[in-house]
Design a protein around this ligand. Structure first.
Ligand SMILES: [Zn+2]
Ligand SMILES: [Zn+2]
Length: 347
């Protein structure tokens, strides 16, 4: 089969001749029709990864081509998206329903082979059946949508509340959409790219602010003098994390959704201000809740079906899978301005 393989740090190769995985009992074989590049895929490529060789890719959808022993043959031909987390379902955290805290989880596309390939093999429970009329590229974007939906749960978001989304990358844009769908009264979005902000407005942001052009905290104070109910950090930079404290009102919620540079730090003034305002600071890791994989996933399918989630605006490029080595190199070198990039193994 065709596959893009991460061979080492910064080395991604494409081969038309990789052995197709055999289906284990209780598992299915998915013929990949669309797979999206995640920021975490680029980081595994650019900064190095725990495991080589590996087929990356966890935002992925296709058609069930084959089933293993014990799996109903009725699934063959059905369309499915990948649920990438493979929890053990036995440890203490799994029993509590905190699957992303599982003591011994696997993850399709980072700890085992993923979707940058013609076929991917996965447990039946990790194949999320989607309606046959859903476009594959839209089904491939279910996973990043579930992260945004989960972030709003962690921030205890309720209809009628105000929110600031810091960062208008893929997750930030998905958060903007879910805030709109769930009835936020005020959606403010910040980013250093005017293109990203224009997309944010198209997807539902009421106000967009570019910190290179305006004083973001001063502008937010004009709109909500004591601050907003909820701040969602989706840029993954220390400056925006620090900003969340200033723009959130007392007793408000802050959710950390962006991966921060681990060699950076924040002044302890951050904690002092957090204490004085009695803020809730919450982390987010993946997008799961009980029963597995969680309502984040079923709600996303429904929001795509009823047209509330605009996945097409999220997508900037389509390429064949064979272009993966070139695309990864260009993204890592910051030479390709993009939103979601969809790769198609069959082209
Ligand atoms: Zn991802
Ligand atoms: Zn577990």
């Amino acid at each position: 089969m065709k596959a893009a393989i991460l061979e080492n740090k910064g080395i991604l190769t494409y081969s038309p001749d990789v052995p197709t995985p055999t289906v284990k009992p209780g598992h299915v074989l998915l013929r990949v029709k669309a797979v999206s590049i995640c920021g975490s895929d680029i980081s595994r490529y650019a900064k190095g990864h725990r495991l080589y060789p590996l087929i990356l890719g966890h935002e992925c959808a296709g058609i069930i081509a084959e089933v293993g022993a014990g799996v109903s043959r009725d699934l063959i031909g059905q369309h499915a998206a990948i649920i990438p987390l493979v929890p053990c379902f036995e440890c203490e955290q799994c029993r509590r329903g905190y699957y992303s805290a599982c003591h011994r989880y696997s993850f399709i596309g980072s700890r085992q082979d993923g979707g940058f390939a013609e076929y991917v093999e996965l447990p039946q429970r990790n194949a999320l059946i989607v309606p046959p009329d859903m476009k594959f590229e839209e089904a491939a974007l279910i996973e990043p949508s579930t992260v945004a939906r989960h972030i709003l749960d962690l921030g205890h978001f309720e209809a009628g509340q105000s929110a600031v989304v810091l960062g208008a990358g893929s997750i930030g844009l998905m958060i903007v959409q879910w805030l709109r769908i769930l009835g936020a009264s005020l959606i403010i979005c910040t980013d250093v790219s005017d293109d990203n902000l224009e997309t944010a407005r198209k997807l539902g942001a009421h106000v967009t602010l570019n910190p290179r052009q305006v004083d973001v905290t001063a502008e937010i104070k004009k709109l909500a003098s004591d601050g907003v109910d909820l701040a969602l950090e989706a840029a993954g930079v220390p400056q925006t994390l620090a900003q969340t404290i200033t723009v959130t009102h007392p007793r408000g919620f802050i959710v950390c959704g962006g991966n921060q540079p681990l060699d950076a730090s924040l002044p302890m003034q951050f904690i002092e201000d957090l204490m004085r305002k009695e803020l809730h600071l919450v982390g987010c890791f993946m997008s799961y809740s009980a029963p597995f994989p969680g309502h984040e996933w079923t709600e996303t399918i429904e929001a795509i079906r009823n047209g509330q989630l605009d996945m097409q605006t999220m997508i900037s490029h389509h390429y064949p899978l064979s272009a993966a080595p070139d695309i990864f190199a260009r993204i890592a070198a910051h030479q390709l301005a993009h939103r979601k990039i969809i790769l198609h193994p069959e082209e």
